[in-house]
Design a binder for this molecule. Sequence first.
Ligand code: FAD
Length: 430
Amino acid sequence: MTLPDAVIFPRTTEDVAGVLAWASQTRTAVIPRGAGSGVCGGSQAEAGSVVLDLSLMNRVTNVDTVSRVVDVEAGTRGDQLEGVLAEHDLTVGHYPQSVAISSVGGWIAASSAGQASAGFGAIEDVLLGLTAVTPQGEILRCPAVPRSAAGPDLRRLLVGSEGTLAVVTEAVLACRARVNGWAWLAYEFPSFTALADGLRAVVQAETGGVVIRGYDQADAQLSFSALGHTGGCVGVIGFPAGIPGLTERTSLAIEAMSRAGSARPPGVLGPAYGEHWWAHRNDAVQTYAAIMGPDRVFGPGVIVDTMEVGGLWSAVPRLYEAIGAALGGHADAVVCHLSHLYSSGSSLYFTFLIRGNDDVDAEARYLAAWDGAARSCAAAGGTITHHHGIGRLKARYLATELGATGADMLTKIRSALDPHAIMNPGVLRP
Ligand SMILES: Cc1cc2nc3c(=O)[nH]c(=O)nc-3n(C[C@H](O)[C@H](O)[C@H](O)COP(=O)(O)OP(=O)(O)OC[C@H]3O[C@@H](n4cnc5c(N)ncnc54)[C@H](O)[C@@H]3O)c2cc1C
């Protein structure tokens, strides 16, 4: 493990400005860190670096109930933020599985998407304003407005910047009325293609479903085994309880799925599927920690990871087949679900388990799996990451995704803002 030379815990934007001005002058590498839940190695220390840990900048500084916006410091974790908003019957509606182990600044920097993204959008949809510090220690303030046409949106420039362009210190996020309960629909599909067609039809029919997810057969059996599920693929649709016209929305969803061309209409499963999913939606946090943390419950030589790609609906079937096959060539198990759905396409979230003779062997298989899957993703026309970002893990695939001109643009933006290359040097570099 590489240790940094120091870990710095700023309490204010001005503290961050002081640190970055010093780092720029002394050419010291800075690794911004939110809550450290990123899965691409983005906040890993490097030799000779300082880690800038934002966890003490964890205050919710204002809730504007008229505009329904919240001002929050970047190190605030999702559960802390939602706890304060609950007192006002509000929510940001951004619920990544890691909500209790990730921070607002990390969401922005890693371009995060929550599990209710079908209805509530991803982080860029709720980000109205931000304060950030440039590598030279200058403070950038983008005021909170519902939308702005004042040039390229600098807020958006920092979404997905992974600590390479600036340190986000404060944000203003849009809120909405808190959801007090859910109404769930669940359907069974005979194949992944039928599942994808059916859920695409639901999204395109604009039923108002806020949570929409689709599990392939293997993932469905893992996710719903507690309900005795032994059947096929499962689609789950969640509406905020009490939403007007639920009966009509349900009919619209069923009608859309029936028209979607599956050989037989989807089988209706009970609301227990949605209720079970909601109750256990964040269990993977513990599972992941148990397998990959110090306990290594599956023993050494076992690695579990996820790969979340995205593509247009027309590419979804080939992404599913090609990436599943590429991962399956190295992994003991591969399961997949459609995790974030849009009218134009979807994210495919693969979970895979690699077993080697020991950790060294497992790591070689793991890297081979990523290489094969990344190549398959590019060939099938997908993006290598829908919401986890690039970090160190996927940096070697970035140039293929952006193309030579795109990679060159990113490098130039980075050099212009950070001429001494102090900001998270190993990350997001094509
Ligand atoms: C079990 C599990 C489930 C997950 N589920 C989801 C999910 O549902 N949706 C999802 O989107 N992600 C998910 N993630 C990934 C992760 O939680 C997100 O990427 C999250 O946005 C990272 O936030 P963080 O505060 O932990 O950031 P960190 O891990 O600390 O940092 C991530 C990157 O952002 C940079 N960074 C952090 N804070 C700042 C800042 N203030 N300014 C500038 N740069 C900064 C870091 O340098 C690093 O490059 C999951 C992770 C785990 C382990």
